[in-house]
Ligand binder design. Structure first.
Ligand code: SF4
Length: 451
């Protein structure tokens, strides 16, 4: 499961915006590593820079410094390999009847194929495989003479998730879809105002968190503050619960909830579930799968009183698996990334905690590594419900048939397939409790999608 994008928008009184946008993108790097871009605006018009790879590679500082203008937007992108084309890197720049525009999009349209067929049958020439371009074509075809009317026209035709930042001829906007599926927050810097996918970007800019762009809301970001309009009728509210489970940075506040605390509560709920069910034996130690399993393991340990041990270490020097040189290296990449501290697990009944299981390949290898290091038993606790459905709303997921829970008829079979002595997932009800019973999308866990 991979997040597909992150966005940031900065408006300053006088200083250039590009440097702050750049910093914001570094803080949002976890939301997309395949490409990044920045667009700024000043009296000379639009300036933009895009490139493939990590922010440091694609947007070198000496080039960013040439982007003039006190307002700008930025975007980091993850894309699946078939569409990993340079033209798909955002911000997407276009000239519409009401002005020259750059747009950055986090989310995904569920009706992309139907929209594209319809637009092409009316003569639109689509040059990328991005649903964002379809949104721009819809806005262009709206006949509107203002951004607000064009956005309204576009929103009435698209179904899905969109948190947008838009730069239009010296005006800067942020818009969130009516269900509020992807996050978008607002903040204040010393000399201006910003919007970003997560509050970790605000922290990187020394910006004060003001609050969320509310579902359906269009916010104009000016050097002196925000102009807020409820452009689209909100609801049903369905923020992505997986942002809290896995995607968002632990130091972020997302959908009004502190991410790290929510993950600790998920671990506590796992322990409460085990206590209610009654365990056949008591594990000796709780061990997180780093890094994403750490907060839930802390929660499990606190609730159960079983000691937490950091017995799996993650290397900070091994990069993304696809850049490893050959298939053999890729197959063994998990052994390069993670190491087990033998003396901590030897002879012990180990309870591993991870945030989620998707295909199961990584979990199986980790269980095997802990066993090989001498653990007497390896139990596995998953701080989210079983993932049985793909996401159509901005998260890259494997197909239905690839998800491990769909390749087996029961959790007991999954347990055997992962070679674990004992496996338990967090229930949907327990996840709801851990997230304060707020209204969320649980589509990939229940098959019940908000759109
Ligand atoms: S289907 Fe899952 S990953 Fe997709 S938006 Fe809903 S909760 Fe998030």
């Amino acid at each position: 499961m991979r997040e597909e994008c992150g966005v940031v928008a900065v408006c300053r009184k006088e200083q250039p915006a590009a440097g702050l946008v750049h910093r914001g993108l570094f803080a949002l790097q976890h939301r997309g590593q395949e490409g990044a871009g920045i667009a700024t605006w000043d009296a000379d018009g639009m300036h933009f820079l895009k490139g493939r790879g990590l922010v440091a590679e694609s947007l070198p500082t000496y080039k960013v410094e040439r982007l003039t203008g006190n307002m700008g937007i930025g975007h980091v992108r993850y894309s699946t390999v078939p569409s990993d084309r340079t033209e798909n890197i955002q911000p997407f720049v276009a000239t519409l009847p009401f002005g020259h525009m750059a747009i950055g999009h986090n989310g995904n349209l569920k009706n992309q194929a139907a929209l594209q067929r319809d637009l092409e049958s009316r003569g639109s020439l689509i040059s990328t495989s991005m649903d964002t371009e379809l949104m721009v074509h819809l806005m262009a075809r709206s006949g509107a003479d203002s951004l607000e009317t064009a956005l309204h026209f576009m929103a009435s035709r698209v179904q899905g998730a969109y948190s947008l930042v838009i730069l239009l001829e010296g005006r800067l906007f942020a818009l969130r879809d009516p269900c509020g599926i992807r996050p978008l927050v607002l903040g204040q810097t010393g000399d201006g105002f910003v919007a970003a996918s997560e509050t970790c970007a605000l922290d990187a800019l020394d910006a004060k968190y003001i609050g969320e762009v509310t579902p359906g809301e269009l916010v104009e970001i000016t050097p002196n503050g925000f102009r807020r309009t409820l452009l689209l009728e909100p609801g049903p509210l369905a923020p992505c619960v997986f942002e809290l489970v896995y995607f968002a940075r632990p130091n972020s506040v997302v959908f009004g909830q502190a991410v790290q605390s929510a993950r600790v509560r998920m671990g506590q709920q796992l322990a409460i579930g085990d206590a209610e069910e009654g365990l056949s034996a008591r594990p000796d130690i709780v061990v997180p799968v780093p890094d994403s399993g750490v907060p839930a393991a802390i929660g499990y340990s606190r609730e159960s009183g079983i000691p937490l041990e950091m017995a799996i270490l993650r290397s900070h020097y091994v990069g993304r698996t696809f850049i490893l040189p050959d298939q053999d290296s890729r197959t063994h990449s998990i052994r390069l990334k993670l190491s087990v501290v033998r003396e901590m697990v030897e002879g012990k009944r180990v309870l591993l905690v991870d945030d989620s299981i998707v295909r199961g390949n990584t979990s199986r290898k980790i269980v095997q590594m802990v066993r090989e290091a001498g653990a007497r038993e390896v139990w596995l606790r998953v701080a989210s419900p079983a993932l049985g459905w793909p996401c159509y709303l901005g998260i890259d997921t494997p197909s239905y048939g690839e998800l491990i829970i769909n390749r087996h008829t029961s959790v007991a079979e999954v347990e055997r397939s992962l070679c674990a002595d004992n496996l338990r997932y967090l229930s949907v009800d327990a996840l709801k409790q851990a997230t304060s019973n707020a209204s969320f999308c649980f589509g990939c866990m229940t098959g019940d999608y908000p759109v």
